[in-house]
Design a protein around this ligand. Structure first.
Ligand code: BMA
Length: 323
């Protein structure tokens, strides 16, 4: 079942709003204590599943240990999230070590759902697992050497190979970061690493001048692949995370066709401006029915918000306001 067949979460643009994307009026849709043991639930990913939705949620518990949890929803807005974290079984390897898990993404490819996340293995790198039912999860080899974050799979093979965006990083609150693409024949061995997108110059587009990272799984459109990504500026008050969009070439997605100079969404609401980490909008998933788009984003590393837009307007905005 794809998002095309079911009604995605939606609310019309408020009359006074002139922006290309707008927030759900009942944000946040997931609260920080929605799991009894949780300190926060944020940067999380959802996909159409059965006659509703399933998701993989990042929650830090009250010991502030980072882990991922499965959840289910009829409407994509009201979620039942498991109270215990996902326990991985061996997939294409027995080496499923993990000191922590955070910032999951989920995508359906061919016959199963693939989960990528930031996996603690001597520092952060990209973990991969697959599931058919969001009950049993099978962990595979880490995609890359540490340190890496923001691993985002394409929903289709490209030239017969799996493709993944990622952001090589360091072991801390990385003060740099560009988006790369890598390919794999089998979800085990990854190579042909190519640079896709670098940070922007401060003078051109300062909201994305410190680091950038892929957010949602790419959406296939006529022009190529639409992605939502986060961009960061280092301010006197620390990092500020906003959201932009880019369109990548269909056959060669290391080629950026368009990329928004202005952001699409930046921290503005109280739940984005204040929380465990102030000033963060961190997109991890997008649903699209061919006409409408619903983006799920972590807000202030504390809760989850939803934002909406029309696909043709987002694409036109990205083309007409490109860096
Ligand atoms: C990044 C990750 C994200 C987080 C962001 C802002 O390095 O840890 O999970 O949302 O920082 O704190």
């Amino acid at each position: 079942m794809s998002a095309k067949d079911i009604s995605i979460p939606w609310e019309e643009r408020p009359e006074e709003c002139k922006d290309v994307m707008w927030r759900y009026s009942s944000n946040p849709i997931v609260g920080r204590y929605d799991i009894p043991s949780s300190n926060s639930i944020f940067n999380s990913a959802v996909v159409p599943f059965g006659d509703g939705y399933a998701g993989v949620f990042r929650s830090d518990n009250k010991a502030v240990q980072m882990n991922i949890y499965a959840g289910f929803s009829k409407d994509g807005i009201n979620w039942d999230i498991n109270h215990t974290p996902i326990e991985m079984k061996p997939g294409n390897t027995d080496m499923i070590d993990s000191d922590y898990k955070y910032d999951p993404r989920v995508v359906f490819i061919e016959d199963r759902y693939w989960v990528t996340w930031c996996n603690g293995y001597h520092g952060p790198t990209i973990g991969i697992a697959y599931t058919f039912d969001f009950v049993d999860f099978y962990q595979c080899e880490n995609a890359f050497l540490p340190f890496n974050r923001n691993g985002v799979l394409f929903p289709e093979k490209i030239d017969g190979r799996y493709a993944m965006l990622s952001r090589p990083s360091d072991n801390g609150h990385t003060p740099f970061g560009d988006i790369y693409i890598s390919y794999s024949p089998d979800m085990k061995y990854w190579g042909e690493h190519r640079c896709v997108m670098k940070v922007a110059d401060f003078e051109d587009s300062a909201w994305q001048c410190t680091k950038i990272g892929a957010g949602s799984a790419p959406i296939r459109i006529n022009e190529g692949w639409l992605i939502f990504y986060h961009g960061v500026i280092n301010t006197c008050r620390g990092f500020r995370y906003s959201m932009g969009a880019a369109i990548l070439d269909s056959e060669n997605p290391s080629k950026v066709l368009y990329r928004t100079q202005p952001y699409l969404l930046a921290p503005n609401e109280t739940y984005e401006l204040t929380g465990d980490v102030p000033n963060v909008i961190f997109p991890c998933a997008a649903l699209c029915d061919g006409e409408k788009v619903a983006v799920y984003y972590g807000a202030a590393d504390t809760v989850i918000g939803l934002a909406f837009g029309y696909l043709d307007e987002i694409v036109a905005f990205t083309k007409n306001n490109s860096l």
